[in-house]
Design a protein around this ligand. Structure first.
Ligand code: 5AD
Ligand code: SF4
Length: 537
């Protein structure tokens, strides 16, 4: 087998995909593959795709066009589509895009190296053989077939010597559940990622320990609905007695007490275990939370464990009870507000973030106004606002006509963005004057920004929490010759902080040495998107 190949791997969409890509990279590297950031130099090009919104899919389609051009010019390139688009489109994609050589769904990534080898060996053979998909109809993982164990092995075999530089070495994701059982009517995830499967707590704790031993100081636990993590012990063990991943319980399980005699690791217990058993871990965070069944037990553990970040990303999606019902979210506006009330009374410092969909089918102006009033009522640090996008394979696309005109969706989106900006500014302002620990992610040069308006020199496009990148864009017109250095990082509550570094005390090298460390910063000014600060020496 020829493993001297050079691979280009690009990731679209969520943190789950970023983690999948990291694991794929580790797996292929261990087999001798090399990686490049330049897609023109790669002989294997892989796109790890996302289907949540049409926009993300369109981006990936345009990338397929680029590789198609290279192939037309006679270059030998293997093109693979990984992730949710592969799963959703299935072999239709091979018919529509003849340049695509292989498809690999998110539940089959352990089989990717074999698929690449297969493409090499079987040139001209049936293209259907170059496909590894769980099959959205079968929801394979619901039966926990053997392949699920292989997927677990992919998580367990992750490389613990992170090779990427900077803050990436310090921050890592750990998956606690795969898939989703909630079936929100607009969402493709239950189809593309299959049924909810929960990893054994020992595997999770072990992975956290090994990451920390390799230098990681911040771990983000990943799951579509992390608070629904629940592992019943003694049900699924392998021949050596090791616990295996298991299918998550239905929603009813969260309404009833845990049966007598059943040993269960709840999400609260898992957090406590990681906190206690990995004492060198400085920051433990988790996304995404489901706004129902977020018990006081979780809030109590958060209150009692100083290294668990007081940050909750709990998408409300809408403020209208009728729309929430049509979305099949399983809670009311009142229940959402009651949940937030519990969070802020038990954890006054906790920052709250969310997602909102505007223009869901049949949403009226009055119902949109209810979303506006919800956004005003909750101290959201930020909300990611999406225009409804009908997705093939979802319940909503069959049940409802996409009847809110694009122009109205745009208008509602912009109105809500303006309101969220006001709310974000208020939340950020409430932090000014305090001293906070900041995990430094990068050093930037900046054109001396007026402290009263930190956003003016630096405009910052925050990515969805499911994508960890902070994108910073510089407004060159604002830059002045008195440029200095800024350390950009995050508080435990995920507030973004720009620390002005005084170049007389911190030189360029000294500044770079701050990346990946936690520093104490005095917050001096606020804007909707970030806080300005001075280093506390
Ligand atoms: N249209 C628009 N937004 C969507 N999301 C998920 N599916 C859709 C869709 N069909 C949003 C939800 C979710 C976030 C990850 O993406 O707000 O929380
Ligand atoms: Fe999709 Fe709803 Fe599951 Fe989130 S909880 S992944 S929105 S089905």
């Amino acid at each position: 087998m020829n493993h001297s190949s050079t691979v280009y791997l690009e990731t679209f969409g969520c943190q789950m995909n970023e983690l999948d890509s990291e694991l794929v990279r580790g797996h292929l590297r261990s087999l001798g593959y090399r990686f490049t950031d330049d897609f023109t130099k790669a002989d294997v090009v892989l796109y790890n795709t996302c289907s949540v919104r049409e926009q993300a899919e369109n981006k990936a389609y345009s990338r397929l066009g680029l590789v198609g051009m290279r192939k037309k010019a006679g270059e030998q390139v293997i093109l693979g589509v990984l992730g949710c688009m592969a799963e959703r489109d299935g072999i239709d994609m091979l018919r529509r895009f003849p340049q695509v050589d292989l498809l690999c769904g998110p539940g089959e990534l352990d089989r990717l190296p074999a698929l690449i080898d297969n493409v090499r060996r079987t040139e001209g053979a049936a293209r259907e053989e170059r496909v590894a998909l769980a099959g959205s109809k079968s929801r394979r993982s619901a039966t926990l077939a053997a392949a699920e164990d292989h997927l677990e092995l992919l998580d367990l075999s992750r490389a613990f010597e992170p090779t990427d530089g900077g803050a990436d070495r310090r921050s890592a994701y750990v998956r606690i559940t795969r898939g989703c059982n909630k079936f929100c009517t607009y969402c493709v995830v239950p189809n593309t990622r299959g049924a909810e499967v929960h990893r054994p707590p020992d595997s999770i704790v072990d992975e956290c320990k090994r990451l920390v031993a390799a230098g990681v100081i911040e771990i983000t636990l990943l799951g579509q609905t992390v608070n629904h993590y629940r592992y019943s012990h003694g049900l699924a063990v392998d021949s050596e007695g090791r616990e295996q991943p298991q299918v998550g319980p239905g929603l009813a399980a969260f309404r009833a007490p845990i049966p007598d005699g059943q040993r269960v690791t709840t999400f609260a217990r898992l957090l406590q275990r990681i906190h206690d058993e990995v004492p060198a871990l400085q920051r433990l965070r988790f996304v995404t939370s489901y706004p129902r069944d977020f018990g006081d037990d979780i809030l109590d553990v958060m209150a009692g464990c100083p290294r668990i970040c007081r940050y909750i990303h709990a998408p409300a999606q809408s403020g209208s009870n009728r729309i929430l019902k049509a979305m099949n979210r399983g809670y009311t506006r009142e229940e959402y507000l009651e949940f937030i009330e519990r969070v802020t009374s038990k954890l006054p410092d906790c920052t709250i973030a969310g997602d909102i969909i505007v223009g869901f089918p049949t949403e009226t102006d009055a119902e949109f106004e209810e979303t506006v009033s919800l956004v005003r009522a909750v101290p959201f640090k930020n909300n990611f606002i999406f225009k409804y996008s009908p997705r093939p394979g979802t319940v909503a696309i069959d049940r409802f006509e996409d009847d809110v005109p694009t122009e109205v969706k745009k208008l509602r989106n912009n109105l809500l963005l303006d309101i969220q900006t006001e709310v974000s500014r208020r939340v950020h302002e409430s932090w000014v004057g305090r001293s906070v620990p900041v995990l430094v992610e990068e050093i930037r040069e900046h054109g001396a920004a007026a402290p009263a308006d930190p956003d003016s020199a630096l405009s910052l496009a925050m990515a969805h929490p499911e994508s960890k990148k902070i994108e910073l864009r510089w407004n060159r017109r604002q830059a002045t010759p008195r440029a200095g250095l800024q350390a950009i990082g995050r508080t435990p509550g995920d507030l973004i902080v720009a620390i002005n570094l005084d170049h007389t005390t911190v030189g360029a090298e000294g500044a770079q040495a701050l990346v990946g460390t936690v520093v104490e910063a005095q917050l001096t000014a606020a804007a909707p998107l970030l806080l300005q600060a001075q280093l506390v020496q």
